[in-house]
Design a protein around this ligand. Sequence first.
Ligand code: HEM
Length: 268
Amino acid sequence: MPQQARDERQPVDRPANEQPVDGGTSFGPEDPWAPLVEVAFQPPGTGETVYERYLETQALYQLQLPRPPLGHHDEFLFRTVHQACELWMNLMSFELTTVLALLAHERAPEALRLLRRVVLAGRLVVRQLELMETMSAWDYHGIRRKLSGGSGLQSPSFPNLLRLGHQVWDHFEALRQHAGLALPEVYTRRYDHPLLHELAEALVDLDETVQSFRYHHYKLAQRMIGTSVIGTGGVQVEALERSIHRSLFPELWRVRDALTARASSTYE
Ligand code: HEM
């Protein structure tokens, strides 16, 4: 698509005979402005600077634009947030793959650094869900009707990162056994084995981040489409709530019970 400079863009005229469905506070599923914005909005830049070529900004902006016609004003946000989440989750998988290689070569300090990066990227994904909450529940239907069978269930990166997370656990367990420690001792003897303790805590952070994503995603879905509703992928929103309690590393949560029981026996 040929690019127009920013100052050449035409101002958007409001259609005289069309008003937002609720008198101005919301566009509603029938968004009369979408076609106008679609014509007026042009992604910026020429794509010719070193910066733009390196980052492929033109291709990136094209991906961000909904396939025409723009179903609804909020579709731009909807695509952007999903795409950004997919990119961050893909980065998480990339780093987890490196973590696996590092742990296999007994390079735990570097693995720990990348594991912390994975957690931070995961928290960024969770924060982005908040942006989606700026959509009105009524407006969202202007996008939903365009999705047909499209669903987050088909996300390639989410299950991939869960799978890699499980593999990291296997490596952690091998390190723990090699050190001759029972899992509670990773905590009670943490000064003797600080790296194992830090790895365990980074895995708890990762697990908590995934659970936090599941929780906030459930609340988002509930907020947008309701609770006793079947999603576009055929799953009820209530099932998303149940998934919140799934854990990547249940042993790391159970060990807390064991530690509390052990500590309690000394002072009860
Ligand atoms: C309007 C916003 C959203 C709604 C209403 C929504 C709704 C749903 C629903 C109902 C499901 C269950 C499967 C189905 O029947 O479709 C689901 C699954 C999923 N969604 Fe969303 N979602 C939203 C935004 C997002 C965003 C921003 C992401 C980020 C990538 C996302 C990622 C996922 C993933 C990964 C699953 C599969 C979960 C699993 O396998 O446990 N969703 N979504």
